[in-house]
Design a protein around this ligand. Sequence first.
Ligand code: SP5
Ligand code: ZN
Length: 340
Amino acid sequence: MRVIYSPLHARHDGGVELHRGALVPSFESPARALYILDALQQGGFDVLPPRDMPESRLLDVHDADFVEFLRSAYRRWTAGGRDGSMLPSGFPARGLRRDHVPSGIHGALGYYTFDASTPVVAGTWEAALAAARCAMTAAALVAEGDSAAYALCRPPGHHAGRGFFGGYCYLNNAALAAQQLRDHGCARVAVLDVDYHHGNGTQEIFWERDDVLFVSLHATPESEYPYFLGYADERGAGRGEGHTLNLPLPLGTRWREYRAALDMALEAIGRYAPDALVVSLGVDTFEADPISGFKLTGPDYAQLGTCLAAARLPTVLVQEGGYAIAEIGANVARVLGAFP
Ligand code: SP5
Ligand code: ZN
């Protein structure tokens, strides 16, 4: 399968995040993409740059005011005399207004994000746009007949919703890939999210739609990020009722239990009978991941790839999480290597 990669991801660098009460360098670093790129090049995969997809495509899954905020946020921050990374200092939580976007940059930042671990730096917009283009390009290749394609997206995307960012994510790459498929010949698309964390942004974007099925395997939000979404009773609404399926799993989950949940997810996708599949491929389910609590091993990722390929659907794989260690490259290569 072909791999889509842009070196512009490296412009998103130097950010800090609030982790257990302290500011630390972001776990979501350029090294991640380089580990993956290196493993895929060693594995003999063809690596292509993204196409120049028009920015207007973003508006199919994101609000215009939100996109404009991301585009201009860092300029507004430096105009106020600041440098370094942008982090919010307040959120429109319960009891506060969320019908008015403050004109000041600090209030606007708290309005558009939902955590203090997703820094905006000088190159964030360029990197996020390049990642979105990687995802849309991989989807275009599949719409044009490739049986599968992989977008090496960085920053990741599945926590970003229609009008908000967070969880190291700014633009929702997987949702953009799904929408690209919808617009180019696929009447029904399934998104299967296997990142350790619940894909709250993707769920929100497709919540009321029946043309995109969202299925997610993830660690229980009772103790794990994003904490406030991802429970089994979330099933979609309106036309989308029954088109969201969450399979939360306990800390310490190993392949045996993971595989059982994956089978349920793939059965639901089989019943939906989509024309194409988008996989939000986080490899932060790995036993040695520094911020996660599942116990998948290297060989398990080859099994994961085998299960995904067995769905025999045109498939776009989009990189999500997986942190700070060289094994993320080998683990992604194992998943992709299982595809014919
Ligand atoms: C795309 C993606 O994987 N985003 C994840 C964002 C997680 N951000 C905050 C994580 C809080 C981690 N808590 C550490 C617990 C260590 N056991
Ligand atoms: Zn994750």
